[in-house]
Write a protein that binds this ligand. Structure first.
Ligand SMILES: [Zn+2]
Length: 304
């Protein structure tokens, strides 16, 4: 049985500090049994962070994503684990208003991190993930891996990966209680994000420890963004997965291919324009009489 003391010790070992701003991706079952369940994990996190720190968790909503239900910030549960749902339900937690990729936050920067999420892309500039990066935030994985590291979606946005602009229609319950349709930019598949580990390990950017059976891993948002954008700069498909049945990644690869062909087409057009311009310059020179190669001399023979 894992106790609060075990969790506090583990969080200390992994390097979480008082005053940190941290997003926690988690799996409660990865610990084995925890005395007091998800609430104990949340208590331990808040105790380590202290009043100057900020705890952020994803409270993504797959029932909204699938179109099954409208997003209601008060009612829609988090689909990404018991620990995130426990944070969302705390009286002092604030939840951002993005219909599918909301986060809940407690602490010093909770308000600034959650506000305005409904006005920007789920994982783009101005989103809570972007603000975490700006706040020099950390990413803590409790029994999860890079596949659920949403910060890597921000890297796709920042690097301008050709496939980020794909949209999906979802339903939202607005303030007067009316259900309205909304078009959102839909982040892609994260299964290929595990490729980031080898790049990060190389820089010794991840600290790890075991808490019960849970593998806890801490890294800085900046290190993840740098590694991911670098990988994308080299190859736009670097973070896509290889699962044969993944439609999202197959679609992304098709977009990359089409974008590449468009770019090549544009290069051909530009080249043709250049050639045309060169021809016109030559023509003008002929008109101006600067070039006299075709004039014959007095004897009627051609010049040398
Ligand atoms: Zn995929």
């Amino acid at each position: 049985m894992v106790s609060k003391k075990d969790i506090l010790e583990g969080l200390g070992e992994v390097g979480l500090l008082a005053g940190d701003t941290v997003i926690v991706h988690s799996s409660l079952s990865s610990f084995g049994k925890v005395e007091g369940g998800a609430e104990t994990v949340v208590d331990a996190l808040l105790e380590v962070l202290g009043p100057g720190g900020t705890l952020v968790v994803p409270t993504f909503s797959w029932s909204v994503w699938s179109g099954e239900k409208p997003f209601d910030p008060q009612e829609t549960p988090s689909s990404v684990g018991k620990i995130t749902e426990a944070v969302r339900k705390r009286p002092d937690a604030l939840r951002s208003l993005h219909p599918t990729h909301s986060v809940a936050a407690i602490g010093r920067l909770a308000e600034v991190i959650t506000q305005g999420h409904e006005k920007v892309h789920a994982v783009g500039r101005g989103s809570p993930f972007f603000k975490l990066l700006q706040a020099n935030g950390k990413i803590l994985q409790l029994g999860t891996d890079q596949a659920s590291n949403s910060m890597i979606h921000l890297a796709e946005e920042l690097a301008g990966a050709p496939y980020v602009d794909r949209s999906r229609e979802v339903k939202v319950r607005n303030a007067p209680g009316k259900v309205v349709k909304q078009l959102i930019r839909a982040p892609g598949c994260g299964s290929g994000f595990v490729a980031i580990d080898s790049l990060l390990h190389g820089e010794e950017a991840i600290t790890e420890t075991l808490i019960g059976k849970c593998r806890a891993r801490l890294m800085s948002a900046r290190a993840v963004i740098d590694a991911a954008t670098e990988a994308l700069k080299f190859d736009s498909s670097a973070l896509l997965c290889d699962r044969p049945n993944c439609e999202r990644c197959a679609e992304a690869r098709a977009i990359i291919l089409a974008t590449g062909m468009e770019q090549q087409d544009q290069e051909v057009v530009d080249l043709a324009k250049d050639e045309e311009r060169t021809l016109r310059i030559i023509e003008r020179k002929f008109d101006g009489g600067e070039v006299r190669y075709f004039e014959t001399d007095e004897n009627g023979s051609s010049p040398n």
